[in-house]
Design a binder for this molecule. Structure first.
Ligand SMILES: [Mg+2]
Length: 492
């Protein structure tokens, strides 16, 4: 027998009038009934812990450039080069062979490209990427879909511009591999982590709603876990900073969580994974015989995890920011439901609301152009007909055919002029629209009129998506997230 829900009124689908404002809204790709979710899991970095992107990128770029000069023999002026942390967005593809950075639509068609920080012309783009299908899964291309990875692109683009000032040819492939190796080194030798740990407020934003959000879920009977790739020490430092003194009912950050898994090595956790280890008081580890509240674990694998939880995969909601590590693997390998944190939503939504009118105008222009092109083809066909009739008459042209020919030619000239004018206006407006979203790449989710490859993945793998974890506070923990009806081209 189905029992009535304790908070039945709150779990009803919301109508438009009681939706939270767009910046607090949760968007739905696949319907999700929160009353059926038993466990809610969270990734930590860029999900529970929101970093100050610009500060983090600067720290990472400067430490990496230093390593490149010291260890890889790059010229010293690399240390003083100019770079822009606002250059990259998520979802870009690095072409290691050419030293180019690309943005694609969902069909892997390159819509924008930069060499270093110089935008490629349409001719250059066509020559390099449009004559053959781009094979994005190969070693030549590197896909960046994490906020953590953005500094690689800032640094790579800036280094290309800087090194091309010298006259020697640049090995773009080697340069990219060196950038990646040196970033890893800078992160591995602990200097970046130490700096962050010692100055948490400088690098991590504290959202005062985090404690109340987790509390609200717990109050509705949900169990909560952390599943992070960060190591125990960093996890403790960050979580203590974020939640240590958030609510008096929770004296320690650990009180919020029923399970804490660190160093989980996602996405491998979702595939074969490893044995669970339990972290001891002194920091050493021992094999875990069970998974318990209050302890901190390392490594692990989904199989043992689900067995311990004793719930079915579709009763688990996992909230993460990384398509490949968190959302795609969870979705592909398991029945877990997924929520994706897309911090960039705020900028995106703000640009959308500013551009509604201009977007309508752009749609109208695209439509007008299509109609004009259609008229042009019809006129051209009519002209051909007339020409054929004139040719058939073998030189002695009846006047009415001559008149028709002149009329069609005039109309064609007029149509061509109108098409050009429409295209000029359309292109200028589309550029302006893209600029409103991001000065270099336009919208994160769109590539021209199409969905971007990033947007495509969000649609495919995230059941719901939103700008931050604390947006859950605007909804009942039993909310029914209902997806809008999907429309295919023939239904629109
Ligand atoms: Mg993360």
């Amino acid at each position: 027998m189905q029992l009535p829900l304790p908070l039945a009124a709150l779990s009803l689908p919301t109508d438009g009038s009681i939706l939270p404002p767009p910046s607090h809204r949760i968007f739905v790709n696949r319907s999700l009934r929160m009353d059926r979710i038993e466990w809610v899991g969270f990734d930590m970095d860029y999900t529970l812990a929101i970093y100050r992107q610009d500060q983090m990128d600067r720290l990472s770029i400067e430490a990496t450039a230093k390593k490149m000069v010291e260890l890889k023999g790059y010229p010293e002026h690399l240390l003083d080069m100019e770079y822009r942390t606002d250059f990259p967005i998520r979802g870009l593809l690095v072409d290691r062979k050419q030293g180019n950075i690309l943005k694609m639509d969902r069909y892997r068609y390159v819509k924008r490209a930069y060499h270093g920080m110089r935008e490629l012309s349409i001719e250059e783009r066509r020559h390099l990427y449009h004559t053959k299908r781009l094979r994005s899964g190969t070693r030549r291309y590197h896909w960046v879909d994490t906020l953590y990875g953005l500094s690689e692109i800032s640094l790579y683009a800036a280094a290309i511009d800087e090194l091309e000032k010298d006259d020697a040819p640049v090995d773009f492939e080697r340069l990219f591999d060196d950038v990646r190796a040196c970033i890893d080194l800078a992160h591995r030798d602990g200097s970046i982590k130490e700096e962050i740990k010692n100055h948490l407020p400088m690098y991590v934003k504290k959202d005062l709603n985090l404690g109340p959000t987790l509390h609200k879920l717990r109050s509705a009977g949900k169990r909560i876990f952390v599943l992070t790739n960060s190591y125990p020490e960093m996890t403790e430092a960050l979580m203590d900073y974020l939640l240590g003194d958030a609510l008096p009912e929770y004296p320690s950050w650990q009180n919020y969580f029923d399970l804490v898994v660190t160093a989980s090595a996602k996405p491998s956790f979702f595939l074969e994974g490893d044995e669970f280890l339990e972290v001891q008081e002194d920091g050493s580890t021992k094999p875990a015989t069970k998974l318990e509240r209050g302890a901190i674990y390392m490594h692990g694998n989904i199989h043992d995890f689900e067995e311990h939880l004793g719930v079915k995969g579709d009763q688990i909601l996992y909230v993460g920011d990384h398509i490949y590590g968190d959302v795609l693997r969870a979705k592909k390998e398991t029945a877990w439901r997924t929520a994706m944190i897309v911090q960039e939503m705020d900028v995106e939504l703000e640009a959308l609301s500013r551009c509604t009118e201009a977007m309508d105008r752009s749609d109208n222009l695209h439509e007008a152009r299509a109609t004009l092109l259609h008229e042009l083809r019809a006129r051209q066909a009519a002209l051909k007909e007339v020409q054929r009739a004139i040719d058939a008459n073998g030189g002695s042209t009846p006047t009415e055919l001559d008149v028709a020919r002149v009329r069609h030619r005039k109309a064609i000239d007029k149509l061509r002029a109108r098409i050009h004018a429409t295209e000029d206006e359309m292109n200028a407006l589309d550029d302006e629209l893209e600029q409103a979203f991001h000065p270099f790449w336009g919208s994160l989710f769109k590539a021209g009129q199409e969905v971007s490859s990033f947007g495509d993945q969000v649609e495919d793998y995230a059941c719901i998506y939103t700008s931050c974890v604390t947006n859950l506070l605007s909804y009942s923990p039993l909310h029914y997230f209902r997806s809008p009806r999907h429309r295919m081209a023939h239904e629109v």
